[in-house]
Design a protein around this ligand. Structure first.
Ligand code: ZN
Length: 163
């Protein structure tokens, strides 16, 4: 996933007006900038264009089709049908910003370790119980992805005295 600092840099650099101007011809209309709507195509009339860009608030909005949003990334997402990371990558490229990625997977790693522990714990239990080998293998396969059972194991470990 894209690092927070990259997202901040991109959002600071990518001015809404700059980005939208690449796709829409905008004119000054009152305190906003306005033009034909890139979503519904409505052109309105001179001095009464439907699509407006509010630079101060970083907002864009069409009063014909009601499409709107905040920030350059939202505009690209709506206009090009892309995801937020794709919009950030696209803007980063346009503004010459290097995209840093974070490998933040601490959560999926945690259950995986517990699961391994659980499987070896259960194997020991099964061996001690004297169930025939084939039945043991079958049970291990059936239960391998049972998160509920892992929870039970974790609870059992916590309740075990001396641990
Ligand atoms: Zn529109």
């Amino acid at each position: 996933m894209i690092s927070k600092s990259t997202i901040d840099k991109v959002q600071e650099a990518a001015q809404l007006l700059d980005v939208i101007s690449k796709y829409v011809t905008l004119d000054k209309q009152g305190k906003d900038h306005a033009g034909s709507c890139p979503f519904c195509g409505d052109a309105g009339k001179p001095k009464k264009r439907p699509f407006t860009v509010n630079v101060a608030k970083d907002l864009f909005h069409c009063f014909k089709c009601e499409k709107g949003g905040k920030g350059a990334s939202s505009f690209l997402m709506a206009h090009k049908g892309i995801t937020f990371p794709e919009a950030i990558e696209m803007l980063a490229k346009d503004y010459g910003i290097e995209v840093e990625y974070e490998n933040n997977k601490p959560k999926p790693q945690q259950p995986k370790r517990s699961k391994e522990k659980f499987v070896s714990f259960r194997d020991q239990q099964l061996q001690a119980s004297g169930i025939p080998e084939e039945a043991q293998r079958c049970k291990v396969r059936l239960d391998e992805d049972t998160e509920e059972e892992i929870d039970r194991y974790q609870a059992a470990t916590i309740n075990e005295p001396g641990k």
